[in-house]
Design a protein around this ligand. Sequence first.
Ligand code: G6P
Ligand code: MG
Length: 210
Amino acid sequence: MVKGVIFDLDGVLVSTDALHCQAWVETSRRWGIPFTPKDNDLLRGVSRMESVEIICRVGNHPLSDEEKVRFAEEKNRRYVELLESLTPADILPEVPETLEELRLRGIAMAVGSSSRNTQNILRRIGLSDTFDAVADGSMIVRSKPDPEVFLLAASLLGLEPAECLVVEDAQSGILAAKAGGFAAAAVGPARDCPQADVKLCRLSELLRIV
Ligand code: G6P
Ligand code: MG
């Protein structure tokens, strides 16, 4: 029985996945590294520095350690600038009513995100007080596909992994959930991931399985 739902943030609750992509594309262009939106799914759920590694590999463009740090900082500066225009209107479809119904059913709810910008984003979209727990990139050392962030979210909720369902748009997130002993529901691009336990076409379909 599901007692808690752990939501990924970018691409599940809010459309910031597109802003991550825009900031990576713009920064890569400035650095002369080939990177296009079609490669963006590789970066979903992956930490900032691991994203740099992937971009260098895919673009076949090696950087020194010091350059990688500067590249990541530039991308984050642009991303944070883009976040300034974020409002509750950027919350993804069916999120408010689904969260509301889960709350009424007494289901515990958490965020489990690799992003160090999680608190800023939740504040801008007006969801800071909605969740019983928030585990984010500033609280972990290993990002998805490692289960650390979800294990932390479950423990903050006081629940076992087997009692929680993770909702993810990233293949890395589905793998992280499964590695941690969670059930995993896929939305968006994660629906291509064979390890997902359930594939949701719309977020409200969650209410049929919880
Ligand atoms: C999320 C996104 C990734 C992003 C990561 C780190 O998991 O899906 O695309 O790279 O967070 O985000 P940050 O805001 O800390 O750079
Ligand atoms: Mg995501």
